[in-house]
Ligand binder design. Sequence first.
Ligand code: ASP
Ligand code: MG
Length: 424
Amino acid sequence: MTLVVQKFGGSSVADAESIRRVAQRIVDTHNEGKQVVVIVSAMGDTTDDLIDLANSVSTKPPAREMDVLLTAGERISMALLAMAVNELGVPAFAYTGQQAGLHTDSKYGKASIVGVVPERIARTVNDGGVAIIAGFQGVNRHDDVTTLGRGGSDTTAVAFAAALNADVCEIYSDVDGVFTADPRIVPSAHKLAALTFEETLEMAAHGAKILHLRAVEYARRFDVPLHVRSSFSNKEGTWIVDENSRRYLDGNNEAPIISGVSHDKSQAKITVKGVPDQPGAAARLFAVVAKAGVNIDMIVQNTPTNLEGVANISFTLPIADVDTAVAALEGAREEIGFEKIARDDGVGILSLVGAGMRSHPGVSVKLFEALQEVGVNIDMISTSEIRISVVMEQKLLDDAVRAVHTAFDLDAEGEAIVYGGTGR
Ligand code: ASP
Ligand code: MG
């Protein structure tokens, strides 16, 4: 029997009417003869509201108590959804993360999954019922509730899909799927039929708001096919699968070279000037940054020819972490031995992603030519096997994204885009 895991985000269950609509979709799927396991997020902005409440009674809410509080959001939506499904004549049972068998470590607020024991859920669906599980929460070995971090319900869904060996994990939100670029910036962007896990990871890590990164990593590890789609329509969304399935879904043996252009305005750049050009200098510098808890992305070092024995090291990091990083570096000026620090909060990062670029030369030339046409002066470049990222002036980022989208033929209803059916 086909087993479908369906995950509904907060926007899909924001009010009673939405909950009834989602219940109808669950019942429709059940009536197609499929087993259905549902993961649900807290209604609308509930989680944000609970955090605000916590901060209004406590200057530093204890992490354990914060998790007790936040897990309440998902308990509300799971219970209401189970009632709404029952109302439509299908037996449905709500389970907390703990009841459903999701075990985590003890890092409150950002717990990792250590195991899923899905027997109770399996029994429910084998008996003909629908199981509705609270997203983003689990239990640690002290029997305390934990949460997986903001947006963690995607990961809950993938974890149950893997543990139950589901045929598909459907991720529902208010968008139709994954687009070639952000449609608010590129009006001619279109929905992708399919993407590989790797492409999705690269896009999500470089500014595209698709899915919780951890959920995609989990899906790749356990090879769980994901279907990202809208709960407001019945349209096919975007399938996220391994590379072979992706070719099959595209109805084409050659996946398109480029899948999308993502952009990121949340990063800044720090340049540390006059660092001694000696073994160990970079290690000392980045040890200081890491100790401050700052996650960096790109690093570029260059050695000015007019200055003997010193180098400049630039790196990108989240804007929110710049103050912390600068303070930590200033505090270690003697130890590292640099001259000065320059910060630039006005950078933008464009990333071109596509599994096909692995085997196609000339992708970077085409990218740089497109950037030249809109007058972009490239600041830093970083690449992976399937991604090229460019740091530039943020003012030009939107123009650059549009130009690159056009240059790689992503605008038109290109051949690889027209969706031919799921085949599943
Ligand atoms: N309700 C949680 C949050 O808003 C978990 C989730 O939605 O995935 O972060
Ligand atoms: Mg949410």
